[in-house]
Design a protein around this ligand. Structure first.
Ligand SMILES: [Fe+2]
Ligand SMILES: [Fe+2]
Length: 366
């Protein structure tokens, strides 16, 4: 029971919207990150099923102009965000469809999952996307997408929407024209900048955002195969970061993207970082143990690793490689001086598996 003077002081404070630190110390200054984002996995069998049905039912006129299905992390109280800082979605375009031009201050990337003849035009620069291609969309750049092929197209979007909204920084605008006027040659940025270590000599380096609009799968795969011959990380196996070839920096201010190969038989050691990440399984099957829970994955699945949560990857196949693409918020943490990482030091660097994630069971228990 509080003495009357304390009670009086606290209630007056409360009325005046003043909160004494000594009563809220743990929530104001926790001893380590307490992510609300939970480790989670969305099965491709479900995502592709939803996407196909949305493609049939939700016409462009009925809100389907950006038919993107956001992944809502169950730890985030119903917010349509994959992690506390990243929005991620599967976007579906039917054959011959055009998603109208717009722009936003949220920074965006796309990773092509499937389809032929799909294109994205970013600020007049039209690029065709094939499976495994990675495209960037800097903030406030006009963009529209379309499919000129006879089949549907599907890709993964990742944007810094939650962070952008948290910072009260979002702007969004529709264009008066559905389809932008194309001002660059098709694949111009690939032709000019696609061999990263060589730059047109008369141009200044592109400092702010990568001059390359699309990182083609063929080049990415060759880089993975080359790296696999000489080196690998004990925590991430054969991992590459997509960079601005003129600066070596991440492709966005708020996001960086990785492509990694977990070779057959590899079981990486566990580490954790102050960052959050969304992973998409490009190829193969395997598992990631996140915070002691084993998440088995296969091609197309998308999963999330929250901040400061130990994780390790496994590929138990005898001969098949596994490829993971990921978008991570690391540049934000680094720029603000908040990035940390550490390796697990117990049990030879491997976690103890407490359970195996079963989506049906997880959904049933809410
Ligand atoms: Fe957009
Ligand atoms: Fe990692």
């Amino acid at each position: 029971m509080l003495e009357p003077e304390f009670e009086k002081l606290y209630s007056e404070m409360e009325q005046c919207h003043v909160k004494p630190l000594w009563l809220a110390e743990r929530s104001v200054n926790p001893s380590q990150p307490q992510p609300k984002t939970v480790p989670w996995l969305w099965k491709w069998s479900q995502l592709s099923n939803f996407a196909r049905r949305a493609g049939e039912l939700v016409t462009l006129a009925r809100g389907g102009d950006r038919r993107a299905m956001g992944l809502a992390n169950p730890g985030l109280g119903g917010a349509p965000y994959a992690t506390n800082t990243l929005w991620a979605a599967v976007q579906w375009l039917n054959a011959r469809e055009v998603a109208p031009a717009h722009r936003h201050t949220a920074q965006a990337i796309r990773f092509m999952i499937d389809g032929q003849g799909a294109y994205t035009t970013v600020q007049g620069d039209k690029i065709y996307l094939e499976r495994g291609d990675f495209a960037i969309n800097p903030p406030w750049h006009w963009h529209d997408h379309g499919s000129e092929g006879d089949e549907s197209a599907v890709w993964m979007d990742a944007l810094d929407v939650p962070l952008n909204n948290y910072l009260d920084a979002p702007f969004f605008e529709h264009s008066a024209q559905d389809v932008q006027h194309v001002t660059a040659l098709i694949d111009e940025s690939v032709l000019k900048y696609g061999i990263g270590q060589l730059r047109p000599a008369w141009e200044q380096p592109a400092v702010r955002y990568s001059p390359l609009s699309v990182y083609k799968w063929q080049v990415t795969e060759r880089a993975l195969n080359n790296l696999a011959r000489v080196a690998a990380s004990p925590f991430d196996d054969v991992a590459l970061e997509y960079t601005n070839p003129h600066t070596g920096r991440p492709v966005m201010d708020t996001m960086t993207c990785w492509i990694q190969m977990i070779r057959p038989g590899v079981h990486t050691k566990a580490h954790r970082q102050v960052n959050s990440a969304v992973y998409h399984v490009v190829e193969g099957r395997g598992a990631t143990i996140i915070g002691g829970i084993r998440f088995d994955w296969e091609q197309g699945d998308i999963f999330v690793i929250p901040s400061w949560t130990y994780h390790e990857h496994l590929n138990e196949s005898k001969g098949e490689r596994a490829i993971l693409f990921s978008a991570q918020d690391t540049p934000v943490l680094v720029a603000l001086g908040k990035y940390r990482e550490e390796a697990l030091t117990t049990s030879n660097g491997f976690q103890t598996v407490k359970e195996t994630f079963d989506v049906e069971k997880a959904l049933a228990y809410g």
